[in-house]
Design a protein around this ligand. Sequence first.
Ligand SMILES: Nc1nc2c(ncn2[C@@H]2O[C@H](COP(=O)(O)OP(=O)(O)OP(=O)(O)O)[C@@H](O)[C@H]2O)c(=O)[nH]1
Length: 859
Amino acid sequence: MLLQPVTVARSICWRCGILGKPPGPTATSFSFLRPSTLSLKRPPRTLQRYASTITSADATTKSLAHTRNIGIIAHIDAGKTTTTERMLFYAGFTRRIGEVDEGSTVMDYLPAERARGITITSAAITFNWTPPSAQEHVINLIDTPGHADFTFEVERSIRVLDGAVTILDGVAGVEAQTEKVWKQAAKYRIPRLIFVNKLDRVGARFSATVREVASKLNAWPAVLQLPVYENDGKGGDDVLRGVVDLVERRVFLYELGGDGQNITVHDYEWLSTHNPELHKEALEAQVALVELLSEHDEDLVELFLELGEHHLIPSEALKKSLRKLTLTGEGRIIPILCGASFRNIGVQPLLDAVVDYLPSPLDRPPTDITHSGNQRGVLDLDANRTCALAFKVVNDPKRGAMVYVRVYSGTLAKTQTLLNTNLGVKERAHRLLQMYADETVDIESIPRGHIGVIIGLKQARTGDTLISEHAVAVPKSSGGGKSKSKTAVAKYDHKTLQLRPIDVPPPVFFASIEPYSLSEQKPLEEALAMLLREDPSLSVTVDPDSGQTLLSGMGELHLEIGRDRLVQDLKAKADMGKILIAYRETVSVAAGPVTHVLDRELAGKPAKATVTASISPLDLEEQEEGADLGSEGNRIVVDIAETYISPTTGETGKARIPAHLTEQDVRAALIAGAYAALSRGPHLMMPLRDTKVEIAVNPATDLSVDSSPAAISTAARIAVSSALKSAEESSPGLIVEPVMKVSVSCDEKDLGKVVADISSARGGQVVSLGDEDGHAPEHGEIEVQRVYVPFGGSGERREVGEGRKRVVNAIVPLGEMVGYLKHLRAMTQGRGTFVMELEGWERMQGPRAREVEKGIRGG
Ligand SMILES: Nc1nc2c(ncn2[C@@H]2O[C@H](COP(=O)(O)OP(=O)(O)OP(=O)(O)O)[C@@H](O)[C@H]2O)c(=O)[nH]1
């Protein structure tokens, strides 16, 4: 017997509330109404409402339970921005839907983003949403970039999220970049759900995409919706009309060509007569959903045994189970929704799912911190003291530096003085703002769990931790978080507390930056300083010989965007030179010990220090140990002698460090000097890698009252440089190149060409070939054959002649990958795509090394 849609009557309020009555048993047409008075020029109504919520003295647990800090993450072009614009429209925040292709979107608001049609920086935006079965919720949405060059940007956004919506392109399926971002989200155990977008397109493959979620993302897909295709009534092909909601057991049909607000709701009885095949599939899908959830949720098993029938499980019970399993953050069970944002299909149910299945800040485990150097712990969420993370800094022409923060504990109040624990400086939060893309409203405070912007901080950078004087942390072993007992709280020196810092990988591209004239040098330096505050994955160095300023970054696009930001937004009058690969060099033989005796004036004061240095190539074993190697893989060993032997009497005495210094000062100065020397090698003037430096001082004989930290570090730099030169003289150093892990996706018919090109023309090494299910060994945990795949895996809307997609995984030198996208496109009729990330560094030898060296010397 067919189940009557009991749940329709119970939870229709966001739809039938507008209508004033529940939908009838067969069909109901209605509109999604939205406030018509909203304008971006004035603070929208939702915004004022939120502002008053968070300025109230107690930002209560209740309001926190109704907050979702979420991000949208996906492959480039999957439709993040398009979907976000719809979300803003349905939430009543915008009056019309912005289109990426017209460059009129709210979220991509930087000129460079609008021009390129891609998301470059994460904009944070707040809006309200009321799902059918719940109260109004505040959604803080952080848009994240999809391009591989912005991985660091994605990661720094991800760590402030409580949950994420992953958008998949329903034609391309799970793409390589998605797998990468998925892993980043998994690293932070972020609960995720998936929206399979673009199902309106010819070639859309919902079933295959569901299967790929299992095979490539190693997750059990919990299919919550099925797409509905129907004849367009004009004799053409079937078109996407809406979705079957398997949890609520209803069918939503959207008005063709409409703005997505006119939706007809049908129940299963209608479906059984109107589209018996789809009805049958919906019933099967429901059984599969209940079975899947029951495998992981004992409560649902009990309910099932009580009711004895899959279709009798109420939708509320399904939702509860889905929420419970999603919130673990393990990513084992992933709710899957579908639609086509560009056609305005499926976005409101997606917003409901955000509230239903993604966590509030209260549902998340305590935040990881480090303190007292590199001790790990978790933040005490109950501490009534402010602790916030600056997750993004953006320079605004009118407002100055805008520091986006997420508050993890306490409340951040306007005019509060904050200690930046990364820089050790105190700064005042003059103004606080709530962000609506590039529109803002002033607020009095940002409570725990929320996201906002501070105006008035002069130094805070992306990634810095800001605290009030009395932050409290507890060690991880004590359990941490809300549940610990009072006695478990251990106080640390809060000045050292940092919210889980992100590792920035070493840059692999660089370009020179030249001011138009000498008078532009200072403004350029200021603009560069701002650029680095915004994006710590860029770095600036100055060539000591030529005085040239060099900007380094993660990819070609990364540097191009940096240049645009510098020139167009920060108004620096400068040119950027050609983008080049940031090679490194390393020593081929050991040299030293070399002793340098410094005895001269530094900054008008006598400076004396003697330092002895040796260098050697870091052997492979030591490279693999890796723990104390910096990002460039160098090891610095410091030896500060504790005793000395008198050359005259032969007696042993204690080697005392001069009273004005501590051992830590001496060590820090020696390390700084060694790093300065390693930043420029004798072979090609490139930074050194994989080099071991041993520096020694005996305080009794090498240091004196004239040994300032600057003197010690200068002596160390010269000693290490001399040792490097001596190594170069006995045997020339080697050039070291960045090597990339590359994943190319192409049609099967192009596989041969792609593999041949990578392995012969580009000197790459093909590691594995995957089919479109990406059966890579590390994804073997899910039994793909047991996964429910809608329509038995058929029902795909393939383009005629389109073959299977194949994936080529390879290791290729970065030098061979410059301009690869263009080449790949030409080889594959525009169908091939690829992603790459730094795999490691390799020493170059033979003709390729000579050619690169010639290029560097000649250039
Ligand atoms: N046919 C169709 N096209 C879509 C759909 N959603 C997005 N698009 C188009 O896909 C392209 C990329 O969409 P975006 O929203 O910019 O994608 P994105 O993921 O934000 O891209 P980045 O910001 O560059 O990472 C645009 O041309 C959109 O119009 C959809 O549902 N159907």
